[in-house]
Design a protein. Structure first.
Length: 391
């Protein structure tokens, strides 16, 4: 179904969405974010499902997949149902939760994967890499048998150590402990081998470095059933943008210009399938300790499209059609989600403004894009035929 707005120019139709040049307006299918942290149950002082889904609606999103680092962790049907009950009662857009790969996300014992699979979007221990190769092999075997998807946070704790930012020039100049790229790509390499062995549908979360992109590209060429995501901040920012402020601290960290450029190439050649925000709100206090003392994680749902439209599309780095695909059809295809015709968002692409976290609907106000001038404002979001955001 094609939507468009404005009547003083013929709409330009591109793969399911429309742009009206005269008005600078576009109507897109509802965006889908496969990597968000809504923090409820257990951490509602950081975010609630109600707040997070309001922020999502303002950002043009109608589908969210939520990560399992909660309290209680959704490692049982009872715990998963508690989370789903909150979602049913308070969510403004559709939300489907991941179950955890391991009990308590502790990396010691597998969750009951076969029993949870029909009720979950997939399985992840996001926030932590599964350190044991044998446990990951067993997890992939069971996820494959259940016909689900395993979405992996790839991080080798032995290599990462106590780092807080990328192990690069900023870390050295400011005597900060660094996180080497190898902590990510070494586990990506291991998991790709295991995915090939087990036939698991494997998804790599928040890819941040060139080596990971190259490994995934090679695995796809070899027929491994793998997809991956990156996030807006890895496509737009690098370690050169760092300041000693908590809003620049996330995991994986901002890496080099070479890594950013590799991710952009990966988006354009199809190696990187999906753009997800890794929306991870924290309290103001938890983000007040600078790079060394703040918790990992930033907010992203309300800035994702404007930032990428401004810094990637308008600069000619990524075509608009490619960006929209990474936000709509690609994530839904991987996680077997429908694209309802009565889901869409309307954008004023000519609207220019400064990102102001004080205006966010999310409880989380920590973003590296604060103060950035962007183009593109969501003026309406409709989910299931119901208006969930109107500017």
């Amino acid at each position: 179904m094609i939507f468009y707005c404005g009547f003083d120019a013929e709409p330009k139709h591109i793969s399911g969405f429309s742009v009206v040049p005269g008005d600078g307006c576009a109507v897109f299918p509802g965006f889908c974010d496969v990597h968000v942290h809504l923090r409820e149950p257990g951490f509602s002082y950081k975010e609630t499902v109600a707040d997070g889904t309001a922020a999502a609606a303002r950002g043009g999103y109608t589908d969210l997949l939520t990560m399992p680092n909660l309290n209680p962790v959704p490692d049982s049907l009872q715990n998963l149902e508690l989370q789903k009950r909150i979602i049913k009662e308070t969510a403004l857009v559709r939300v489907k939760p991941f179950a955890s790969v391991t009990v308590g996300e502790k990396g010691k014992e597998l969750s009951p994967i076969s029993g949870l699979a029909p009720h979950a979007a997939g399985f992840s221990d996001d926030g932590k890499g599964v350190q044991s190769e044998e446990l990951m092999r067993r997890a992939m075997t069971e996820v494959a048998a259940a016909g689900s998807v395993l979405a992996a946070h790839c991080e080798d704790d032995r290599i990462r150590g106590n780092g807080c930012i990328h192990d690069g020039k900023y870390a050295r100049a400011h005597s900060l402990a660094g996180i080497p790229s190898e902590s990510e790509w070494s586990q990506v390499k291991r998991d790709l081998r295991l995915a090939k062995e087990t036939g698991c549908r494997y998804h790599v979360c928040h890819v941040s470095c060139e080596e990971s992109v190259n490994l995934i590209r090679q695995a796809k060429a070899e027929g491994v059933d793998v997809t991956c995501e990156t996030a807006p901040h890895y496509l737009v920012l690098t370690e050169d943008d760092l300041r000693d402020e908590g809003r620049f601290k996330m995991n994986p960290p901002l890496r080099t210009a070479r890594d950013r450029d590799a991710l952009i190439r990966g988006i354009n050649d199809g190696t990187v399938d999906i753009i997800a925000t890794d929306h991870a709100p924290h309290s103001e206090e938890e983000k007040s300790g600078g790079l060394a003392g703040s918790l990992m994680g930033i907010t992203g749902l309300e800035t994702a499209f404007p930032v990428m439209y401004t810094r990637l599309v308008l600069t000619g780095l990524i075509p608009l059609e490619t960006l929209v695909r990474c936000l709509t059809s690609a994530p839904r295809k991987r996680f077997s989600l429908p694209q309802p015709e009565d889901d869409f968002s309307v954008w004023d692409l000519n609207s220019e403004y400064t990102v102001n976290p004080a205006e966010f609907l999310s409880k989380g106000k920590s973003t590296p894009f604060a103060g950035m001038t962007v183009r593109g404002k969501c003026i309406l979001t409709v989910c299931g035929g119901k208006t969930v955001w109107k500017a």
